[in-house]
Design a protein around this ligand. Structure first.
Ligand code: SF4
Ligand code: MG
Length: 332
């Protein structure tokens, strides 16, 4: 059974008497212990999808239709008490800025102790020992000293480690990490990702890693979903997607990666920008930026099809498959 299944999810924003689509027909599944990535430029709807999973979309946004099932229980129809049971304990979130979660006027040790004691009846001393152990697990040196420090006394990377420690205290089944390393130095980024990977693997925790960087996710996620303008445009095993991207948008994201460029070569940024919710183009939303766009792309929406490598929504891929099949039939 899937741990999580998102089924035909549509999220709208009700804005100035208009209904704007922020997520369109998004479907995917997550198995226990699996690690997936959601990738796309900013404005693609990645964070909205992350928040939707824990039903935390705030006004003027709302879940218009579809289902989000955590082991067959639909999160979209849960009441506040049921949702609070799930948030943190079953599905935990990590954000780009740890200060969104940490309280600046309480020592990190006391914040961890508070989390422990809000869910179990143990005394301060035992909770302190657990907290110090967790800080050690996320590779924080001299945890006894760090325990008494305030968030501002720690580096950004160390604060993110504290967040990972606090998330782990509740033994979640799923961690949703939204650009968890974007604000950090490149070397620290790699360390935090490695830590996240190890923690998820060792504890059987499923991970949804949200990132604008295909290079970052390639080291962590087994499966990747590429989002553009509120839709999933390509989905498949991460390695396949990196080695043989099918959708022109995925190809563009890869070409823009510094590590993909040859020495001395300029980076190929995708021309144009992500459309705003209010200016979503007709047909395939990527058509104004796509080098292969045809008239059909400007008026019709491509369906999701399996290309043999990944699942992809693109007429060009569809046409190539048709041609290939015709050729195949001709041979028989
Ligand atoms: Fe480009 Fe057309 Fe494919 Fe959209 S459907 S990505 S516009 S070729
Ligand atoms: Mg975001």
């Amino acid at each position: 059974m899937n741990l999580l299944s998102v089924e035909h999810l549509n999220v709208n924003f009700h804005f100035k008497k208009r209904e704007l689509a922020a997520l369109i027909d998004v479907s995917f599944t997550l198995k226990r212990g699996e690690r997936i990535a959601i990738v796309g430029e900013s404005g693609a709807g990645k964070s909205i999808l992350g928040f939707s999973i824990v039903n935390l979309i705030s006004k003027p946004g709302y879940i218009h239709s579809g289902a989000i099932k955590l082991e067959n229980k639909d999160i979209t129809s849960m009441n506040l008490r049921q949702l609070q049971e799930i948030r943190g304990k079953r599905i935990a979130m990590i954000f780009q800025d740890p200060m969104m979660t940490l309280n600046p006027v309480i020592t990190i040790g006391d914040q961890l102790v508070e989390t422990i004691r809000s869910h179990t009846k143990i005394n301060y001393k035992d909770a302190r020992n657990i907290a110090i152990e967790k800080l050690r697990n996320v590779q924080i040196a001299s945890p006894e000293r760090r325990f008494d420090q305030y968030p501002h006394e720690l580096s950004g990377g160390m604060r993110q480690r504290v967040i990972i420690a606090s998330v782990l205290l509740l033994n979640p089944d799923i961690i949703i990490a939204d650009e968890p390393t974007t604000a950090l130095d490149v070397t620290i980024q790699a360390e935090i990702l490695q830590l996240l990977l190890a923690i998820c693997r060792d504890n059987g925790v499923a991970l949804v890693l949200i990132s604008h960087d295909l290079g970052v996710v390639s080291k962590v996620a087994e499966r990747t979903l590429v989002m553009y303008a509120g839709q999933i445009v390509e989905e498949g095993p991460t390695l396949e997607i990196i080695n043989d991207p099918q959708h022109p948008y995925t190809q563009g994201l890869l070409n823009a990666l510094p590590q993909m460029a040859l020495p001395g070569q300029r980076l190929n940024q995708i021309k144009g920008s992500m459309p705003s919710l209010a200016e979503r183009p007709n047909g395939c939303a990527f058509h104004p930026r796509c080098p292969y766009a045809t008239d059909k792309c400007r008026s019709e929406q491509p369906e999701f099809i399996y290309s043999g490598v990944s699942s992809v929504a693109c007429f060009m891929v569809e046409d190539m498959l048709d041609e290939f099949n015709q050729h195949d039939e001709g041979l028989v």
